[in-house]
Design a protein around this ligand. Structure first.
Ligand code: BDP
Length: 647
């Protein structure tokens, strides 16, 4: 086991400098096994660099040891009589405790520290890569990827040098992530073979993640028994099909004993699934769960199932209803190792959505909540959009934080800064931290990221980054689709404004703006009845025009432009005001950054990369402002109360 060192890739939140405090101390590691070996190597490397040491006994400043009391992945940290102690509940806990000490820096070695116990809220803290092996003609190599190509594959083959994957694993472990699905949920023909004749590639990738306690999962195609197995059907109740999955899975575990499991997107956006055979999604998921069970694997079965080829006929065709309509009747029918993976909102990773009623209602099913770290709908890593405040609101809602798993689509690629926009690294970091502890304050998580990434940042850099990032999600919301109505993006690539881009398509993403008003009526009384999928009090809150929160108003209601919000503003004036404000805030964000120029606070290349993205953000925010304002001015005929310029 060796610690990866990459010279041409940004060290993200683990620069050598971040290990100064630990590396200048004497440390004892009292544990054995592969993960303990990783910790020992980490300590040794830090010590070699910063003048400390790893001792076998004798006096020490830091003791890393094991204790049964702390549980899976957990650890305790304390400091007495000049010695800091980390007690891991298991070797993984030891690793997380080690990174906790790294985060604390010097503070870990000062004064006394009463025992603090830490254990993760989510059992599985997982990133899904939407990576393809081949470069897909429309989607590129990484579907919805904004950070270059895949870190796993290049030129149609596994990368010969996987050092970068090891470095990625290390970054993820430092934020608490313990599972990664390595390929796109849309499993194309080439990638389907990862399950069988290309399994060696998965094993090689798993070997890079393993030293950092991360299990590898694979997205599989539901029709694999036909495409790979030569069978005539993929019917989940067919005996041959079940045997094929059982034998194939056995082979997977023979090759990768700690393999995590499968991820499945079925009957969705063209992917095959059990509907073709008149079977339910529980039939499909349970078949795979059974194949995985003998080896302790799990299947993440996605609830993102809807018909993307229908126009709006009646209430039953409301896309927001689809996941619940399909899955709620199946509650209680899924096996224990079948985990239903539900997007956080009922639509599709929009800037603002209510929490999916599937999460609130399916109490008899093991759930994974799915977030999108990759900024498909939140600025595609050209805009600054720190997403932790959004996620923390979602996780604080009702029972969301009780889901066993938190999953997110990764935003990392082979870009030198990992995430295209260097500040988008903070989203990747924050995901892991919030999966570990959903109650963490997003601003405090940002501070962690700043401290680690810029090792000893000056106060002015810290203030600048907070000014740019703390409110950036709300800024982005202000200049894009208003009041929770969603979409309004350009079809296909989803970047930039196109108010009616999806309005007359069969994708189920509408705003229904006309000369009188805007919004989707999802009430029970007069609309699609979607509000009826919520438990109380939310069903009534969302149903009621008076009680529905402003920021979700147009998600649930169709209202006239003169409708008065809780804020006191009318809908139309709110649209104008937020769009002028949002574009202005984008410009201010750039000004904050520009003040850092030539101060030496950040590396010039990184400065330039962020600056180039900010220029684009400012341009695009103005485009959003102008198109949205002009659109609604023309539809409504209502002028801006402040007489500002609307093109
Ligand atoms: C949508 C993306 C699409 C994904 C899909 C999914 O546009 O590329 O395949 O989600 O989650 O938001 O399956």
């Amino acid at each position: 086991m060796s610690i990866p060192e990459l010279t041409d890739v940004h060290p993200a939140w683990l620069p050598p400098e971040a290990f100064r405090a630990i590396g200048s101390r004497r440390t004892v590691v009292r544990a054995d096994g592969p993960l303990a070996e990783t910790v020992r190597e980490e300590v040794a490397q830090a010590a070699a660099r910063h003048g400390g040491g790893v001792t076998d006994g004798g006096p020490s400043d830091l003791v890393l040891t094991l204790s049964d009391a702390e549980g899976e992945d957990g650890y305790a940290i304390s400091r007495r009589d000049g010695v800091t102690t980390v007690a891991g509940g298991d070797p993984a806990g030891l690793l997380y405790g080690f990174f906790h000490v790294v985060r604390l820096g010097e503070a870990a070695f000062e004064g006394e520290r009463p025992v603090e116990h830490h254990r993760p809220a989510m059992r599985r803290r997982m990133l899904d890569h939407w990576d393809n092996i081949d470069v897909h003609p429309v989607m590129g190599q990484v579907e919805r990827g904004y950070a270059g190509g895949s870190i796993f594959w290049a030129d149609g083959a596994l990368r010969p040098d996987l050092t970068r994957v090891r470095a990625y694993a290390r970054l993820l472990a430092a934020s608490g992530v313990n599972a990664v699905a390595i390929n796109n949920v849309n499993v194309h023909a080439t990638e389907a073979h990862l399950l069988t004749d290309r399994l060696g590639e998965v094993a090689a990738i798993a070997a890079e993640f393993r030293p950092y306690g991360i299990r590898v999962h694979l997205s599989v195609n539901f029709a694999s028994p036909i495409a790979l197995g030569g069978l005539s059907t993929a019917d989940p109740l067919d005996a041959d099909v079940r045997r094929w999955w059982a034998e194939t899975t056995e082979q997977v575990y023979a090759t990768i004993p700690d393999f995590g499991g499968y991820v499945v997107k079925a009957d969705s956006e063209g992917q095959p699934g059990p509907f073709a055979y008149g079977r339910t999604h529980a039939d499909g998921a349970n078949m795979l769960a059974e194949a995985l069970a003998p080896f302790g694997g799990v299947v993440h079965w996605r609830a993102f199932v809807y018909n993307h080829r229908q126009d709006w006929r009646d209430r039953s065709t409301d896309r927001a209803r689809a996941a619940y309509d399909h899955f709620a009747p199946l509650d209680g029918q899924f096996l224990d190792n079948a985990i239903l993976q539900v997007k956080h909102g009922p639509m599709d990773f929009q800037t603002r959505e209510p929490v999916s009623p599937v999460i609130l209602e399916m109490r008899g099913t093991r759930l994974a909540v799915e977030l999108q770290v990759t900024q498909e709908y939140t600025g595609q890593q050209r805009h600054v959009c720190y997403l932790a405040p959004m996620w923390s609101e979602i996780l604080a809602f009702e029972n969301v934080a009780e889901a066993g798993d938190l999953v997110a689509v990764s935003n990392a690629g082979d870009d030198r800064y990992w995430t295209g926009h260097p500040l988008a690294q903070a989203n990747l970091y924050a995901f892991g931290r919030l999966a570990w502890d959903p109650a963490l304050d997003p601003a405090a998580v940002l501070d962690e990221w700043i401290d680690l990434t810029f090792a000893r940042p000056g106060e002015s850099l810290r203030r600048t980054l907070h000014a740019m990032m703390d409110g950036s999600w709300r800024t982005y919301e202000r200049y894009t689709a208003p009041l929770g109505v969603g979409f309004m993006v350009r079809p296909g690539h989803h970047y930039g404004p196109d108010v009616d881009g999806y309005e007359y398509t069969p994708w189920g993403t509408y705003h229904f703006a006309d000369r009188d008003g805007v919004g989707v009526d999802r009430t029970r009384a007069t609309g699609t009845g979607f509000t009826g999928q919520y438990p109380q009090p939310w069903s009534d809150v969302y149903e009621s025009l008076e009680r529905c929160p402003d920021e979700l108003l147009l998600f649930f209601h169709h209202v006239p432009y003169g409708h008065v919000l809780h804020s006191g503003s009318t809908v139309i004036q709110h649209i104008y005001d937020t769009h002028f404000a949002g574009a202005e805030e984008a410009a201010e964000t750039r000004l904050h950054w520009e003040k850092l120029a030539d101060t030496g606070a950040v590396d010039p290349d990184l400065y330039a990369r962020v600056k180039e993205r900010l220029d684009e953000q400012v341009r695009c925010a103005e485009e959003w402002r102008d198109q949205i304002n002009a659109y609604f001015f023309r539809k409504s005929g209502v002028p801006d109360a402040h007489g500002r310029h609307i093109p």
